[in-house]
Design a protein around this ligand. Structure first.
Ligand code: FE2
Length: 409
C-alpha cells in the first residue's frame, strides 16, 4: 500500500505528518517540508496554502479518513467496513523535555528571558575568551543554552527578542552573538521549524562569529575606517571559526555551515567561498539577515546605531542580490517594523516605547505611552494596544535626541 497521500492543504489536520508541500519552498513560510502538524499555529499556516496540495505520510501521522470518515463516504455499507475509531489516535509525543512548554504572556516571560539573557552574556563571553586562548571549552553548555532560548521563544515569541538591543559598545562582540542566536530561533519559529531545528539554528547563531576570537581587538574595535589589510584580517573569521569548531570536536553540520557561510551573499559577492544562489543553505541565509540586522542597528565603537526602520529598508533594498526575499519577509513579521523597545511618536503627539508585537500586523504593536509633546511633560505610564486604538505610530524617534532612559518603561 502506498503510504503517501496527496490532499488539499485546506484539509490538513493536527496529527498529520507532512511529507511534501507542493509549492516552491520560497512561496510559503515553511523552511522544511517534512514535519508533524502538532500545533494550531502550524495547522493554520498549512491551511492558508488553500488549494495547493500537500503530501502526507500515513506511516508517520494520521490520515484523512480517520478524522472524517463519514464526510468522505456517507452511504458506504457500514457492516463491510472495519469499525472507525471515534477520535484519532493521539500522535506520539517525541518532543524533548525542553520543547514541552506552556505558552505565556509577554510580561510573564520577560522575567525568565532577562535571566536567560544575562546567563547567555556570561557564557558566550567565556566561550569567546576560551577561543581566544586557543580552544573552545564547554560547547555542550552552549547547546543547553540554545535549548533554553528555544523554550523561551516557544513560551512567548517576543520576550527574548525584545532584549537584543541591550548591549554596550564594550560587550558588543558577544552580545551580538546572543542577538543573532535569538533572532534565528525567532525566525525559525515564525517559519514553522521544529524545536530541534530551532535549537540547531540558535546554536549556530550563538557560535556564528566565534572566529572573531582570532582577530586582534585593535582591528575589531578600530574607531576609524579599516585599511585593506585590516579588512582582509576580519574576512578570515568565518573560515577561522569553522576551523576552531572542528578542532574542538564540534561537528554539528548546521553550526559549521553557518559559521563558515554567514557572510556569503546570493549574488556571489560574499566571502569566504564566494557561494551564490542555491549554493547557500537556508540557515546560512537566515544567519546573514539576523547578523546584518543586529550589526547595523547596534551602537558599536566604529558605528552609530541606525534606526530599525532604516535597517529593514536596507535589507529589503538588497533582497535578491544579498538577502533571500521570502526570509526577509518572515523576518520583518518577527521583529516588527517598530521593534520592541524602540521609541516612537504617536499621531496624538505622545512618545511611547514599543512593547509586544501584534501577531499579524507589524504596524500595530502594544506601546507604553509616557510623554506628551504638546505639554512637554511626562504622563503617567499607560499601555495602549494600537490594534484596538485610533492612535497610530507616526514615526520612529531616536532616543539619543530625547535623552530618555527607555529601560524605565
Ligand atoms: Fe561574522
Amino acid at each position: 500500500m502506498n503510504s503517501l497521500l496527496k490532499i488539499p492543504a485546506r484539509d490538513a489536520r493536527l496529527g498529520m505528518f507532512v511529507h511534501d508541500i507542493d509549492r516552491s519552498w520560497w512561496a510559503h513560510d515553511f523552511l522544511r517540508t517534512r514535519f508533524l502538524i502538532e500545533d494550531d499555529e502550524t495547522l493554520d499556516k498549512i491551511r492558508q496554502l488553500g488549494r495547493s496540495e500537500i503530501v502526507i505520510d500515513l506511516t508517520r501521522g494520521i490520515d484523512l479518513d480517520r478524522l472524517a470518515p463519514t464526510a468522505a463516504e456517507p452511504e458506504a455499507e457500514p457492516e463491510a467496513k472495519p469499525a472507525v475509531p471515534a477520535s484519532p489516535p493521539a500522535p506520539v509525543d517525541n518532543r524533548p523535555p525542553w520543547a514541552i512548554v506552556t505558552p505565556t504572556s509577554f510580561e510573564n516571560e520577560l522575567t525568565a528571558a532577562r535571566k536567560l539573557h544575562a546567563r547567555a552574556r556570561g557564557l558566550i563571553r567565556e566561550t569567546m575568551r576560551e577561543a581566544r586562548l586557543g580552544g573552545i571549552g564547554d560547547l555542550p553548555e552552549v547547546a543547553t543554552l540554545a535549548e533554553e532560548m528555544v523554550s523561551s521563544v516557544m513560551r512567548n515569541a517576543g520576550a527574548l527578542v525584545s532584549l537584543i538591543g541591550l548591549k554596550s559598545k564594550d560587550d558588543y562582540t558577544f552580545m551580538h552573538s546572543v542577538a543573532v542566536g535569538t533572532l534565528m530561533i525567532a525566525l525559525g519559529r515564525q517559519a514553522g521549524l521544529s524545536p530541534e531545528a530551532m535549537r540547531a539554528a540558535g546554536l549556530a547563531g550563538l557560535l556564528h562569529d566565534v572566529g572573531k576570537a582570532s582577530v586582534p581587538d585593535a582591528v575589531l574595535n578600530k574607531p576609524g575606517k579599516l585599511t585593506e589589510a585590516e579588512f582582509s584580517t576580519i574576512k578570515l573569521h568565518p573560515a577561522e571559526g569553522h576551523r576552531l569548531l572542528i578542532e574542538a570536536g564540534h561537528h554539528d553540520a548546521a553550526s559549521l555551515d553557518v559559521v563558515r557561510h554567514h557572510h556569503e551573499r546570493l549574488d556571489g559577492t560574499g566571502y569566504p567561498d564566494g557561494l551564490a544562489g542555491a549554493q547557500i543553505s537556508t540557515l546560512a541565509r537566515v544567519a546573514a539577515i539576523a547578523d546584518v540586522y543586529d550589526a547595523v542597528s547596534s551602537e558599536r565603537v566604529y558605528h552609530r546605531a541606525q534606526p530599525p526602520t532604516a535597517v529593514l529598508r536596507m535589507l529589503m533594498k538588497n533582497v535578491g542580490t544579498h538577502f533571500d526575499d521570502a526570509l526577509v519577509r518572515v523576518f520583518v513579521k518577527c521583529v516588527g517594523i517598530y521593534p520592541t523597545g524602540c521609541l516612537v511618536r504617536l499621531e496624538s503627539q505622545r512618545l511611547a516605547v514599543v512593547g509586544e508585537q501584534h501577531a499579524s500586523n507589524a504596524l500595530t504593536p502594544r506601546v507604553r505611552v509616557f510623554f506628551s509633546l504638546k505639554s512637554q511633560a511626562h504622563l503617567p505610564v499607560r499601555e495602549i494596544d494600537l490594534a484596538r486604538s485610533d492612535d497610530r505610530i507616526a514615526s520612529y524617534e531616536d532616543p539619543r535626541t530625547w535623552g530618555f532612559d527607555l529601560s524605565r518603561y
